[in-house]
Design a protein around this ligand. Structure first.
Ligand code: PLP
Length: 456
């Protein structure tokens, strides 16, 4: 094999990549035809590719690079930890300083009595942990029949068999034998697409009450937990109507089932508070964390448990764990990342400064003829593309074509936005400046114009 580097011509890198590298959520034959975009460096909110383009990353990688790219402190934290203790496990009554420090810090930041952390290397693994945790919790409480976990269609909770089953992505379920038994789904609170003639508030209640109906259908004594993101991210940044979460909280309280808030995207400042549960004013028993926990600089995730759930689980040996649960280098980097988020006032900025500025500019995208609603909380937002705003109409043929076109125009204009069907999404690094927000907005508008022309 030839020696390759970031200076190797793009075509050569792409050919080698297509020959040997299987990409997630990608059609291999398309990849071989078009070649992958090769990212070579990054700083702040900007990516460089092998063709010399500077690209504004309005997705923070995969919703994770909260402190932006190129933070030397994080590289230094990793280097220091690798020299001191590159690895040790946390099985069998063993621990180390980075895991102790990070757990204590997370307990301080997490709301309520969420004080106990079980580590994984990703959000998928953490949600697999949660599935076993909640069932073990009920078994320990003498109710082993409580097996059902309720989730929502179009939710994304990861790609492993357990977390993919918890998710509600039908395209994923169609491959490889998912969902596994014991998981039920209700509809999502997507008013724009599914609200019909109901007001957003009526619709929010209607969708929340599907949870109650599902609990009654399965038998209240058979349900272990409900899992949801405070704001559904990969499903298209679906911001629920205000009536939704209070009603969900009422229902889980009334039937005594556990609430798992998947904070993998919403956590660590994304919604203007440390956690989306605070923004949505809910009281989860367990929170799933990953992504922004380390700003993506190290693979780390976990579950934060309430005092009560942790006490019940601690009564038995929980036969579960990963070689890299509480990996010292990942913990050291996550701890330093939390320090940066806090000391640099980044979470405060999302709430009080650049966040509101982004929201104001983003909301004005509804002036564009192709854009129906624009929804944004903190720094996660989406716009619905529509041929007819007043009717909240979907594009008749080939749902997703308009979104795909728009995303391609964004790429051509050196802006990374993502599309989910005909919704376009942003989730930029939380350190994005006002002038970068202006650039984001200008490029998004231009891309919308170009997509609009193509759709005529
Ligand atoms: N949960 C949510 C809400 C996510 O958005 C994701 C990933 O996008 C996951 C879980 C899975 O995390 P990971 O890709 O780290 O396994």
């Amino acid at each position: 094999m030839s020696t390759i580097s970031t200076n190797t011509p793009t075509a050569e890198l792409q050919a080698l990549d297509a020959a040997h590298h299987m990409h997630p959520f990608t059609t291999g034959t398309e990849l071989a035809e078009k070649g992958a975009r090769v990212i070579t460096r990054a700083d702040g909110c900007w990516l460089n590719d092998s063709d010399g383009n500077r690209i504004l990353d309005a997705m923070a990688g995969l919703w994770c690079v909260n402190v932006g790219y190129g933070r030397r402190e994080l590289a230094q934290a990793a280097g220091r930890q690798m020299l001191e203790l590159p690895y040790y496990n946390t099985f069998f009554q063993t621990t180390h300083v980075p895991a102790i420090q990070l757990s204590a810090k997370l307990a301080e930041l997490a709301p309520g009595d969420l004080n106990h952390v079980f580590y994984a290397s990703s959000g998928s693994e953490a949600n697999d942990t949660n599935l076993r945790l909640v069932r073990t919790y009920w078994a320990e409480k003498g109710q082993p029949q409580r097996q059902w976990v309720i989730s929502r269609w179009n939710a994304y909770h990861g790609s492993s068999v357990g977390s993919g089953s918890l998710g509600g992505m039908k395209g994923m379920h169609a491959q490889g034998g998912m969902p596994i038994p014991g998981i039920a789904h209700i509809d999502q609170p997507n008013w724009w697409a599914e609200g019909g003639d109901l007001s957003p508030e009526e619709f929010g209640l209607e969708r929340a009450r599907q949870l109650e109906a599902k609990i009654l259908e399965l038998g209240p004594d058979n349900v272990a937990a409900f899992i949801a993101e405070p704001i559904q991210g990969a499903g298209g940044v679906i911001v629920p109507p205000d009536s939704y979460w209070p009603e969900i909280q009422r229902i889980v309280d009334e039937y005594g089932i556990l609430l798992i808030a998947d904070e993998v995207i919403c956590g660590f400042g994304r919604t203007g508070n440390w956690f989306g549960s605070q923004t949505m004013n809910i009281r989860p028993d367990i929170m799933t964390i990953a992504k922004g926990l380390s700003s993506g600089y190290q693979p780390i995730g976990g579950s934060i448990l309430s005092d009560e759930v942790a006490a019940v689980i601690s009564g038995t040996e929980f036969n579960h764990g990963y070689t890299y649960s509480g990996h010292p280098v990942a913990c050291a980097v996550a701890l330093e990342n939390l320090r940066i988020l806090q000391d640099d006032g980044i979470v405060d900025g999302v709430r009080d400064d650049t966040g509101p500025y982004l929201q104001e500019r983003f909301a004005s995208l509804t002036d564009h003829p192709l854009v129906g609603e624009a929804k944004i909380v903190g720094m996660m937002g989406s716009i619905a593309l529509t041929p007819d705003k007043a009717a909240r109409a979907a594009f008749a043929a080939d749902a997703g074509t308009a979104g795909f076109m728009c995303r391609e125009r964004c790429f051509a204009n050196n802006l990374i936005m993502r599309h989910v069907g005909d919704r376009m999404i942003i989730s930029p690094p939380l350190v994005i400046s006002r002038s970068e927000i202006d650039t984001l907005f200008e490029r998004a508008w231009q891309s919308l114009d170009e997509a609009h022309e193509q759709l005529k």
